[in-house]
Design a protein around this ligand. Structure first.
Ligand SMILES: Cc1cc2nc3c(=O)[nH]c(=O)nc-3n(C[C@H](O)[C@H](O)[C@H](O)COP(=O)(O)OP(=O)(O)OC[C@H]3O[C@@H](n4cnc5c(N)ncnc54)[C@H](O)[C@@H]3O)c2cc1C
Ligand code: FES
Ligand code: FES
Length: 1349
């Protein structure tokens, strides 16, 4: 059936939030393929962050009606991949449809906001939709359902704990730690957690305020759609778009005809494979066939096994398998269980809800979790094509030739998959190891099956399939054949591992390391071996003692549990007025707006008349001369308006803040992959991107190409100045020490991964060269300065506006300025408004991140653990332009001592100039790296002296009022208090003993614990950088408009500023409003950075309010019983100015680098964290068991916001130190350009027990209301997890007699953990293993009498 013969184009009818959408009358809906593009026409609540299904920011609920069962189904889905045409007859609910401040805020929205589950708010609508959908399906969800529902949603700010707390309020399970049975409960006020006699609080929100969840209030499924489903005959639907046609047949016959007519047309069901390919690889399919409405592809039959329709979603398959497992004898369901095991962690729920079983199989991705297990399980594919007989082929045939090309013909349709029952004597298992436990493609996955001769351990049949190893699923065919007839015993294990390694050679892509993959390949087989062995022995009564616990614990995978958490803070003074909000856990001022999707981000601003969209063209070479730029094809592309290059910049294209410039457009040469060369302005995003792809650039490669720190050192390539700090006499001191430790540690970079990518909207005003620039930035004044300089106009013509920023973490300073210049130049040239929104991939490619770091150290110490002398060199990879790299290097030096007194110290810092994208500020600004180096050598001293790491830390910690290495005085009293409290609250020593016991009892799983102190100096090194201003207007109705120079990027600064103004003016917070930060109202503001935003802006707000109050005072004195409104009215009538500015001059800070001394900081913040982890030595996987943090943040202005900052930063630190890995090609191309390749922590990564306590009775005379800045410090505490992992690895190595010193680098990924837990398998892979039997795994089995040799 050719397209011409198909039914005429239809009207695409679906509902959004109860309102009918008819496609034919809205042609734009057809132009764009995915729902989100259509939604953004009028609904901006659904956020776009990655575009590839990996982050969940765009989650919506889709509801459909099944006329046969008369059931309505609700499921969450990622709007960015949801083909709009697939919505025919369905109802979509977006965050706006759930509730709004205009109508009713839904309990999910309310609780998420009030539980402080929203900071920058960019992930919040997606979170709301995932939770809302869960509740539509399960009114009282279990904790497992909650963690599953949120596995596909990323949040970069909160650390997830408060989001989970909000979910827990809907749970039937108790909110508390549920440890009562053990005698202790987190809610017991006399628990050890609390200091006796202190008035502490443990609740950041009150459940009493919450509206009940009332399901009768939900939007109903549109009756019209029900009628349509019941009454309309099902017919083929055809929707034609600008460049593609969507055909959705209803019968198998039609489908076969269509496939015969359009063999190249993909069958799109979930679009989770085709969609990303179209988006990111630019593949265009003129015709798409959507088979989801064909009944045969949705049928499920249970005969001697299960026959599952190929279009069934993975969620449906999960349900089918779960039911079948519960209804059938265990013996028959081994394959079902193994498939189910993979499905639990495959993608997030949004992906599983739409992705089809057939799609997963047919797309034959190497990383398919299902193909290996289905192939091993002898599953069959039921294939059909026009004119050919039905073909039933084993799935394993697809992979028989090892290349995956032995395949389904283009005209063939996979109708169903047959999953047979397992048989008596048959065992089936599946395994996977991924960079993150959930919602991450596997590094290696496997499916294995063995069938024994009846009542024996003789192998009758064996199948072993791996995914992730080569470009497709691969079978260890020869290995399996060689083992038929062999007994399931040690010799077999030994030989199998050798054979597998010979047969399967992982091909390497994307910076993969072969050894880890190989190790996993054999380790998985060993695990299968153990599992089967255990079952065989359990069945054999001769072996009644069973498998010793040492081995069996590895058979259980780590699971994600909803964390039990507690937050402890000091209550406000008894006498404080109830209206005074300072010190109270006030909800984020925009929390509800985040949750309802009403909060406006830059890209939500309505389009301006004639607006153009900008797409950037970036360099594909790391260091090259630009020979030519050919824009001819691009200029002919539809919708293109103009192309902007360096030649179009009216004034400054190169900004010299130091010797090397920051560059807007590359002019004659490129210095990194990802450097902006030109930009295409077109009438839509799609057109701009299409044209950008047609710009041809010729390069002539230049030498050298410097990518790494080592290469920079070799070529002497540095940004100046190099910095040094020195105290004492290092060389002499080394002569007096007992021992010397030398080493090097590498710390990888980190991507900011703010959920809102960089965006700019530049709007020329048409008069006097004025331009409004709306930017997602932390530094509007800097944007103004750069744009004005680029355009060659005075700064007073450029108005920069920032309403809010969807996360920044340091990444929206200089980089945002360069992008704003790009957009402004385009706007100037075209005289149109220009919008530039970086895609996630471009954002990651172009904007750089945290500096990769190398720390070389030589440390001299005494046998009792005292540090005597330290000589270190720090190298940071600055990338291709200076940005703030030298400052970062300086800060790394100033903060390298962390909490320790180092009597003799010499320390150098070098900012390397390389051909990577320029790196920039990132939360912590060099401290998280240099302090990790310090903590690393501290741990090394512990190893060398035989002392515990905590002892070495205690011995060397600052104890008295003393000086830092740059001669600034510090009082460490609160450091010691935090340390002691953390020790106590975490029950450190008790747990250390318990961990020792656990480790003795477990061979393949080990636990580790570490406690790390924190000293974080606050200050920016010089006074002018911390000046701040505020502007407060009081209107005659008594309402107050507050403005200051700080930027709201999730850290709650506006909430805190309103708290300050409320206290100062003595009026409720509700009377105070914050509109936007703008260079119009506050000139020359400093960056919101360095954790001091609240400190300095708070002072300015206070100053402005006090000025106003001083003016009002005579009026108040005259009428003390009057109301605020009376006084304001009177003031107006007396011509008293009701507008005031406030100003804070900044902290008196200085640093003399020549002398190496100064007062670069104003005060110090302290803390400590204790973390416990458990590792799986066979895979390198780990679980974060528990973390206790104690933090001295002075008197918190808002404990909810501050605890949110601590937890969020801590989890970001876990990412830095244990997960987030940037990978580059040897040519300097960044591979990791989205959430599918770059893994930030998700819900599964937060500690199962998570407690944060704010140190009580701490004062700080230097900041507003005795508070302390808290944005950055918590990040470093994530390294307690790094050191806990190191502790666990150490106990593995000690047990195995591996005495040689070892270094673990950051991020401490599963790969490194596995390599450090050296055993027979790792030796086998590296070729260092002899021909003998397995050393560790076997000996104990023999000793335990489990096995006889
Ligand atoms: C964010 C994200 C995370 C993911 N995580 C994982 C993971 O952890 N593990 C994993 O295994 N996978 C993962 N995937 C991949 C996902 O499981 C597959 O993309 C999905 O199963 C494919 O199904 P689909 O219906 O979406 O396929 P579509 O994209 O709709 O189609 C895919 C291909 O299959 C073909 N096809 C589909 N149905 C048929 C049929 N009946 N007959 C013939 N050909 C057919 C199509 O022609 C097309 O070429 C992930 C994907 C995303 C986007
Ligand atoms: S934007 Fe859709 S999942 Fe990230
Ligand atoms: S609040 Fe979740 S990403 Fe910012």
């Amino acid at each position: 059936m050719a397209l011409q013969g198909a039914a005429a184009a239809q009207e695409l009818v679906f509902y959004v939030n109860g309102r009918k959408v008819i496609g034919a009358s809205k042609p734009e809906l057809f132009i764009n393929f995915s729902l989100i593009a259509a939604l953004s026409v009028r609904l901006t609540g659904t956020k776009y962050s990655c575009g590839g299904g990996g982050c969940g920011a765009c989650t919506v609920m889709v509801s459909s009606y099944e006329p046969t069962s008369k059931k309505i189904q609700h499921y969450s889905a990622n709007a960015c991949l949801l083909p709009i045409c697939s919505l025919y007859g369905k109802a979509v609910t977006t965050v706006e449809g759930v509730g709004s401040t205009e109508t009713r805020v839904h309990p999910v929205q309310e609780r998420l906001a009030k539980c402080h589950g929203s900071q920058c708010g960019f992930c919040t609508p997606g979170m709301v939709m995932s939770i809302y959908t869960l509740l539509r399906n399960h009114l009282e969800p279990t904790s497992e359902q909650i963690t599953a529902a949120l596995a596909g949603n990323l949040c970069r700010c909160t650390g997830y704990r408060p989001i989970l707390d909000a979910c827990k309020t809907f749970c039937e399970e108790s909110l508390c730690c549920q440890n009562k049975a053990n005698g202790k409960c987190c809610l017991d006020q006399d628990n050890d957690l609390f200091d006796k006699g202190e008035k502490v609080c443990t609740r950041l929100f009150s459940t009493d305020e919450f509206q009940p969840l009332d399901p009768t209030q939900e939007l109903i499924f549109p009756p019209e759609l029900m009628r349509m489903a019941e009454s309309q005959p099902k017919q083929t639907l055809v929707f034609r778009g600008e460049r593609m046609t969507w055909i959705s047949p209803v019968s198998l016959d039609e489908l076969l005809d269509l496939k015969a007519a359009y063999p190249k047309a993909p069958l799109v069901v979930g679009n989770t494979s085709v969609g990303p390919e179209m988006k990111f690889k630019g593949i265009l399919h003129p015709v798409v066939i959507a088979p989801a409405r064909v009944l045969d592809l949705n049928l499920v039959k249970c005969t001697d096994g299960l026959t599952i329709g190929a279009a069934c979603s993975l969620t449906v398959v999960k349900d089918i398998l779960t039911r079948a497992i519960s209804e059938s004898p265990v013996e028959k369901t081994k394959t079902f269980c193994a498939v189910l095991q993979q499905l639990r962690t495959l993608g997030g729920e949004q992906i599983r809800n739409v992705a089809s079983l057939g799609g997963n199989i047919v797309s034959r991705k190497s990383t398919s979790d299902l193909n290996p297990v289905l192939a091993a399980g002898n599953c069959m594919l039921n294939l059909l094509s026009r004119g050919k007989k039905r073909k039933l082929i084993p799935l394993s045939d697809l992979f028989a030739d090892g290349s995956g090309n032995n395949t389904i013909m283009p005209e063939e349709v996979l109708v169903s998959i047959y999953v047979p029952h397992s048989r008596k004597g048959e065992y089936v298992s599946a395994f996977r190891q991924a960079p993150r436990r959930e919602n991450a493609l596997p590094i290696i996955c496997a499916g294995m099956r063995v069938l024994f001769e009846e009542e024996t351990n003789i192998i009758k049949d064996l199948s072993i399939f791996y995914g992730g190893s080569v470009s497709t699923t691969i079978c260890a065919k020869q290995t399996c054949q060689a083992l038929i007839g062999r007994s399931w015993n040690e010799q077999m294990l030994n030989e199998t591992c050798r054979l597998i390694l010979k047969e399967i050679t992982p091909s390497l892509a994307w910076g993969d390391k072969a050894d880890y993959k190989k190790t996993l390949i054999v380790s998985f087989f060993y695990r299968f071996f153990l599992e089967v062995f255990l079952s065989l022995k359990t069945m054999d009564s001769c072996y009644s003692r069973g498998m010793p616990a040492e081995y069996s614990s590895v058979l259980q995978d780590f699971e994600t549990k909803i964390p039990q958490s507690i937050q402890i803070y000091q209550d406000v003074e008894r006498g404080q007025s109830p209206q005074d909000p300072v010190g109270r856990p006030i909800m984020h001022q925009s929390g509800i707006k985040h949750a309802t999707g009403e909060a406006v981000y830059n890209d939500d601003l309505p389009s301006v008349d004639g607006e153009l969209f900008l797409a950037v063209v970036t360099s594909s070479r790391a260091h090259a001369k630009i020979v030519s730029i050919d824009t001819s094809e691009a200029l002919k592309s539809p919708g293109v308006f103009d192309i902007i290059t360096a030649h179009d910049v009216p004034a400054t294209n190169e900004f010299y803040y130091s010797d090397d410039p920051e560059i807007v457009f590359a002019r004659n040469k490129v210095i990194c992959v990802g450097q902006i060369i030109c930009a295409v302005a077109a009438d839509s995003e799609v057109h701009a991107k299409q044209a950008a792809a047609k710009v041809k650039i010729e390069y002539e490669v230049l030498e050298p190409v410097i990518l790494t720190i080592e290469e920079a050192i070799k070529h002497n390539s540095f940004f100046e100045p190099k910095r040094k700090l020195e105290q004492g006499n290092v060389d002499e001191a080394f002569k007096t020490v007992d021992k010397i430790l030398e080493g090097v540690i590498h710390i990888g970079g980190q991507e900011h991964f703010y959920m809102e990518t960089q965006t700019v909207l530049a709007v020329p005003k048409g008069e006097d060269k004025e331009m409004d620039v709306y930017v997602s930035t932390q530094h509007p004044a800097f944007i103004q300065e750069m744009v004005a300089a680029s355009l060659g106009v005075p700064a007073n013509r450029i108005m920069c506006h920032v309403k809010r920023v969807g996360g920044a973490f340091g990444g929206k300073l200089l980089k945002a300025g360069l992008l704003a210049s790009v957009a402004a130049v385009a706007a100037k040239k075209t005289s149109r408004a220009v919008r530039l929104v970086l895609s996630r991939g471009d954002d990651m490619l172009i904007t750089g991140g945290r500096h990769p770091f190398v720390g070389k150290y030589k440390v001299g110490f005494m046998n009792d653990g005292r540090i005597v002398a330290v000589d270190t060199e720090f190298y940071i990879n600055g990338g291709c332009t200076p940005d703030e790299s030298v400052l970062v290097a300086e800060t790394s030096l100033l903060k390298m001592d962390n909490a320790y007194r180092i009597p003799n110290l010499r320390c150098w810092a070098y900012a390397c100039k390389t051909n990577l994208p320029s790196n920039t500020a990132f939360r912590g600004f060099g401290f998280p790296q240099s302090a990790l180096v310090t903590e690393n050598w501290i741990t090394g001293i512990a190893d060398k002296t035989g002392l515990s790491a905590e002892k070495v830390r205690e011995i060397n910690m600052y104890r008295e009022n003393e000086q830092t290495h740059f001669k600034q005085r510090l009082d460490p009293e609160n450091l010691i208090r935090c340390w002691n409290e953390c020790m106590e609250k975490s029950a450190y020593y008790k747990r250390k003993t318990a961990i020792k016991e656990f480790n003795e009892q477990n061979y393949w799983k080990k636990k580790g614990i570490a406690i790390v102190p924190l000293k974080f100096p606050l200050g920016l090194g010089t006074r002018y950088l911390s000046q701040a201003a505020a502007l407060v207007h009081i209107y005659t109705d008594g309402s107050v408009l507050l403005t200051h120079g700080g930027i709201e990027m999730g850290q709650g600064i506006h909430t805190k500023m309103i708290q300050v103004a409320s206290r100062e003016l003595n009026i409720p917070m509700s009377r105070i409003h914050f509109c936007e930060t703008s260079t119009k109202t506050i000139p020359n503001s400093c960056a919101s950075a360095g954790s001091v935003g609240t400190d300095v802006n708070g002072m300015a707000v206070k100053d402005a309010c006090q000025t106003l109050l001083k003016r009002l005072q005579p009026i108040i004195n005259k009428n003390p019983k009057g109301t605020w409104n009376d006084w304001i009215k009177e003031a107006f009538e007396q011509s008293v100015s009701l507008s005031a500015t406030g100003y804070f001059r900044g902290y008196n800070e200085n640093m003399d680098w020549e002398k190496g001394e100064g007062q670069p900081f104003t005060y110090f913040l302290f803390g400590a964290a204790c973390s416990e982890v458990e590792i799986n030595c066979l895979t390198g996987d780990h679980k974060n068991v528990r973390t206790d943090i104690v933090m001295d943040i002075g008197c918190s202005i808002n404990p909810a916001v501050d605890i949110g900052q601590i937890e969020g930063a801590f989890v970001q630190g876990i990412g830095l130190y244990t997960m987030e890995e940037l990978k580059y090609s040897p040519e300097g191309v960044l591979y990791t350009r989205g959430p599918n390749q770059y893994k930030i922590p998700a819900v599964c990564d937060i500690p199962e027990q998570f407690s944060v306590s704010l140190l009580s009775s701490s004062q700080n005379p230097y900041a507003i209301y005795s508070s302390k800045g808290i944005g950055e410090p918590g990040l470093f505490l994530g390294c307690s997890v790094f050191f806990a992992l190191r502790d666990a690895v150490t106990s593995v190595r000690n047990e195995r007699g591996l005495s040689q010193p070892f270094t673990l680098n950051s991020p401490l990924t599963a790969e490194q953990i596995r390599a450090a837990c050296a055993d027979d398998f790792t030796e086998m892979v590296t070729g260092t293993w002899g021909t003998g039997m397995f050393n560790y795994l076997w000996r104990d089995l023999v000793n335990f009498g489990i096995l006889t040799l």
